[in-house]
Ligand binder design. Structure first.
Ligand code: ZN
Ligand code: ZN
Length: 150
């Protein structure tokens, strides 16, 4: 006995609703794939074939999550270490290498600043770039984060 082939969502195994077609060719309901992407963010991959999910899809999923109050946008400031000399890099590295990881709060940056010249500190601030990250909502109170990048 043959049966009619219909395409089901790989996550809920039901018929597709608001089908999202990933670049790999796999299809999922929007309501199924969006929370998956929201949780994994830049590490998002297809639940079926593990193919990396495109940044555009991640952006869309985050907007979907934002509308439903499932993600929190977090403003992150990225700093470059190029302006620092070796001694100053060493001091910053101590902070970067600590168990805080690469995330430094404003307060910690102030601590670093107390050990570097004001010109360098000003340059770090003026050269910083802003980026919005989306975090799955588990905590209402995410601070602005500061990240030092090499
Ligand atoms: Zn589904
Ligand atoms: Zn796939």
């Amino acid at each position: 006995m043959c049966h009619v082939h219909k395409i089901d969502c790989g996550i809920c195994l039901d018929q597709l609703t608001n089908s999202i077609d990933l670049d790999c060719g796999h299809k999922f309901c929007e309501k199924c794939i969006a929370p998956w992407i929201i949780t994994k963010q830049e590490n998002s991959n297809c639940p079926m074939c593990r193919n990396k999910i495109d940044a555009d899809f991640i952006e869309c999923a985050n907007m979907w999550g934002l509308q439903r109050n499932l993600v929190t946008p977090v403003k992150v400031y990225l700093y470059t270490l190029d302006v620092l000399d070796d001694y100053e890099k060493l001091i910053v590295s101590v902070f970067v290498g600590s168990d805080i990881g690469k995330f430094l709060t404003t307060y910690q940056l102030e601590l670093i600043a107390s050990d570097i010249s004001s010109e360098v500190y000003d340059k770090l601030y003026s050269d910083r770039t802003e980026k919005i990250f989306y975090m799955p909502k588990t905590n209402d109170d995410f601070p602005d984060l500061h990240v030092i990048v090499e």
